[in-house]
Design a protein around this ligand. Structure first.
Ligand SMILES: [Zn+2]
Ligand SMILES: [Zn+2]
Length: 189
């Protein structure tokens, strides 16, 4: 039998206009943004599989090695699924529940179809609610900064002027000098 395919487009983390995705530190609870990671999909699938252990999800994704991330501000290191904002995390859970209902419906419908010759079916499967809408795009603009260590860019809170840690490789970077601050504030206008 065929289970419904989970369309990954529904599960994408929202991006802002510049293409950055928000992350929230599980320790200091500050948020920053990074470019989407190629491991995001695997991380989301693994979270989904954690809510409802469907075998097909486990086979496909739980073997993937997911590198840990570092907090831009406090340097805390944690696996990728620890960095969801409360909003993102609630969305993944909603999606997992909705999808589980779809799978259950398909299973019942399959039983019904194969028992079509049965004149007295003992149940009727009710079509599940549609899957939740994706989260809206992230509108807040943060300060874009280069991470020269990884040739990457991150977005930090405007008021943060302390040293920073590269989310990807953990390298430490000094705080912004006064001149850089002025230039960045100017760019913001
Ligand atoms: Zn932190
Ligand atoms: Zn780096």
């Amino acid at each position: 039998m065929n289970l419904p395919e989970l369309d990954m487009a529904w599960l994408e983390l929202p991006r802002d206009k510049a293409g950055f995705v928000r992350r929230e530190c599980p320790r200091c609870q500050r948020s920053f943004k990074t470019r989407p990671s190629r491991h995001d999909a695997g991380m989301l699938q693994r979270l989904l599989a954690g809510y409802f252990p469907f075998e097909n999800l486990h086979e496909a994704y739980t073997a993937e090695e997911l590198p840990a991330w570092h907090c831009l501000y406090c340097g805390h290191r944690a696996l990728p699924d620890a960095w969801l904002t409360p909003e993102q995390s609630a969305h993944v859970e909603q999606m997992a529940r909705a999808w589980a209902n779809h799978v259950r419906y398909e299973q019942l419908a399959y039983v019904q179809r194969t028992l079509a010759h049965n004149p007295r079916p003992t149940f009727v499967s009710v079509a599940p609610e549609p899957l939740p809408r994706p989260l809206p795009p992230d509108e807040e603009l943060l300060r874009t900064l280069p991470m020269v260590c990884c040739g990457d860019e991150v977005q930090a809170q405007w008021e943060w002027d302390q040293p920073m840690v590269c989310p990807r490789c953990g390298a430490h970077h000094g705080g912004l000098s006064g001149r850089q601050q002025v230039q960045l504030e100017f760019v913001r206008e």
